[in-house]
Design a protein around this ligand. Structure first.
Ligand code: G6P
Length: 606
């Protein structure tokens, strides 16, 4: 959601800034803009390509700030696109987040004679900085004074025509990363555009302000006291943010499934002991023995991963689990005490609602854990302990490989907590052995790409889909439907198959197909009955089935087989064909698969 990129160094900044914006495109945006001191401003609505097309004159300069905007206040127009400037066109600001008291501040500034040209909350910041400069504060002080006046969330970069080498960044609630290069420094809202220049980064914390020049970087708090922060070296590879010959990141990321599971389990499984080594959880192992309840919180796909986690943890670790979406959890009155664990799941580690849920649980004394992909992100820092996914950067807005990795990590956490409690050695060994076999089995599923493509083609004119599953595969029905909605804009509903008779069956006719996950597991017979009910209403069924299951050929022509594993791990396999199915539906409609309309990769505002 919105993207910031800034550069100061010895090279020409324009190509670097454009490249940075291109890297950030995946976050979702509707307009773009760049400011280069002494060269000026350029903005456009729509893709970064539109910005490139508008470049009629050279824009020389060795620094600059750039932005992708995802509209919150004001429509996606050029006037509302960032950077925004002050009356004298000297101070330029790019901003992610929302300034909540912008109206109040704007009214004061209007009375002082400031002239506003956009409807955005961000423009207020530029004028506020101008105000403080006019009362003889220096650039750094003026930015800090302005930030002290605002309420809300921000990740910002500020450039000042009078000090072209210097860029000031700050964060409160919206992520900001500094990239430290060789005689060049960077600022961005996530590490992806920085990776191709340097792996040395510092993630700013809330209330911190960074000042970068080509050779220096300094960090302050809002009291202007300097803060010492060590750099972190990212282990992500710049190649991971390239498409590697695939047409889309989404397909590349689905295809990475086997490798992703390998990376999530690497060095963690101790098969002979039926155990896992999770360094991140060892520090809280004693506290985990005392807990009597787990609340899992996530948004979107991460929430659905949490629902699978609920089944895993209740069945194998014997602990009551609740799962909640972040935006609901934070506004209700959850009952939490020191024996409650809040487990947050998040790919980005920055989702605002998930983060607020963690903060609320912490205030109430809960132990907070995270399953997070992005090392150094806010959620990793704010939780007491956790497990990193090691899935590598995920660029496609619709989460695929992160989901598989989240499910794998949940299986590892289940083993960890289960073995602390009543789980037997033999059960632990069996789960560990089966986890180890998952990458090979995912590889096998990926070979059915052509069959899945053919099914997507066959059903390309269907306007609605129902996805059904039971038990461990009920959340997979929900996630399968979400994938289809997100990337292909086809209406899809996910349901527990047992609920069919309580409503959804009314929609079924020959034009309303169902995707049914019907594996050889404890609910197999029940699923068969549900499929029969659909067929009796002339509904077509696409079935995800266990390899070797001959019975289902009587039920449908469209069957995608997946290898057998234990029921608890089956979602890690059954989701793969559903991700591919969604991908090929979207491809058939020639849609922007990696960047679906109206959506953002990382939702850093409420
Ligand atoms: C957005 C993304 C989804 C993601 C969700 C949660 O909606 O488009 O793909 O599942 O946010 O994001 P997180 O980074 O917390 O996993």
């Amino acid at each position: 959601m919105c993207g910031i990129f800034a550069y100061t160094g010895e090279k020409e900044s324009l190509p670097i800034l454009i490249d940075g914006l291109t890297c950030l495109e995946y976050r979702g945006y509707d307009s773009a803009g760049i400011f280069i001191p002494h060269s000026g401003l350029i903005k456009s609505v729509g893709a970064v390509d539109n910005l490139k097309k508008k470049l009629s004159k050279a824009m020389p300069g060795k620094s600059g700030i750039a932005h992708l905007r995802w509209a919150t206040h004001g429509e996606p127009t050029e006037a509302n696109a960032h950077p925004h400037c002050d009356c004298n066109k000297k101070i330029y600001v790019v901003h992610n987040g929302i300034i909540e008291n912008y109206k109040e501040l704007k009214n004061k500034l209007l009375l002082e004679g400031h002239i506003f040209i956009s409807e955005t909350d961000t423009e207020v910041l530029a004028h506020l900085i101008e105000h403080y400069l006019s009362i003889k504060q220096d650039f750094e002080k003026a930015v800090i004074s302005a930030l002290k006046d605002v309420r809300g969330t921000y990740g910002i970069s500020v450039s000042y025509d009078n000090e072209p080498e210097k860029i000031i960044a700050a964060r409160f609630g919206a992520p900001v990363v500094l990239g430290l290069g060789d005689r060049e420094n960077f600022i961005a809202s996530d590490a992806s555009p920085i990776l191709r220049h340097t792996k040395n980064v510092i993630y700013l914390r809330d209330g911190e302000v960074a000042v970068i020049t080509p050779k220096t970087h300094r960090i302050y708090n809002l009291d202007s006291a300097e803060v010492t922060r060590d750099k972190q070296i990212l282990d992500w590879d710049a190649d991971q943010v390239k498409k590697d010959g695939y047409e889309h990141f989404m397909l590349k990321e689905i295809m990475e499934g086997p490798e992703v599971v390998e990376n999530t389990i690497r060095g963690r499984l101790i098969i002979e002991e039926g155990q896992v080594k999770l360094g991140g959880l060892e520090v809280v192992a004693d506290r985990l023995r005392q807990i009597n309840r787990i609340i899992i919180v996530g948004c979107g796909t991460a929430y659905y991963a949490g629902l699978v986690g609920e089944y895993m943890l209740e069945e194998y670790a014997g602990i009551p689990v609740e799962v909640e979406i972040g935006s609901e959890f934070r506004y209700r009155k959850p009952i939490i005490d020191k024996n409650t664990v809040l487990l947050a799941i998040s790919q980005s580690g920055e989702t605002a609602d998930t983060l607020e849920a963690i903060r609320e649980a912490k205030r109430k004394g809960a132990l907070t854990l995270g399953i997070v992909n992005t090392v150094g992100s806010t959620i990793t820092r704010e939780t007491d302990a956790g497990v990193h996914n090691h899935a590598g950067p995920e660029i496609g807005v619709a989460s695929t490989k992160a989901f598989i990795s989240q499910l794998t990590a949940l299986a590892l956490v289940t083993l960890f907590i289960g073995r602390q409690r009543n789980m037997s050695l033999s059960v632990g060994q069996e789960i560990a052995k089966e986890i180890k076999l998952l990458p090979k089995k995912i590889k096998e599923i990926l070979k059915s790409v052509d069959d899945i493509k053919a099914i997507a083609k066959k059903y390309k004119n269907s306007k609605d889909f129902l996805y059904v599953g039971r038990k461990y595969n009920y959340p997979i029905a929900l996630e399968g439907a979400l994938k289809l909605k997100e990337v292909s804009y086809i209406h899809a509903e996910g349901y527990g198959a047992g609920e069919m008779k309580h409503g959804p069956l009314a929609m079924i006719d020959e034009k309303f197909p169902t995707v049914a996950i019907s594996l050889k597991d404890s609910v197999y017979e029940k699923m068969l009955s549900n499929i029969q009910e659909i067929r009796a209403r002339k509904g077509k069924v696409i079935i995800i089935a266990t390899k070797g299951d001959k019975t289902l050929t009587d039920f449908s022509e469209d069957i995608i087989y997946i290898p057998k594993t234990i029921e608890m791990l089956s979602p890690i396999l059954s989701i793969v064909p559903l991700q591919l199915l969604a991908y090929y539906f979207a491809l058939g409609k020639k849609l922007n698969v990696d960047r679906p309309r109206n959506l953002a990769k990382s939702v850093t505002v409420e």
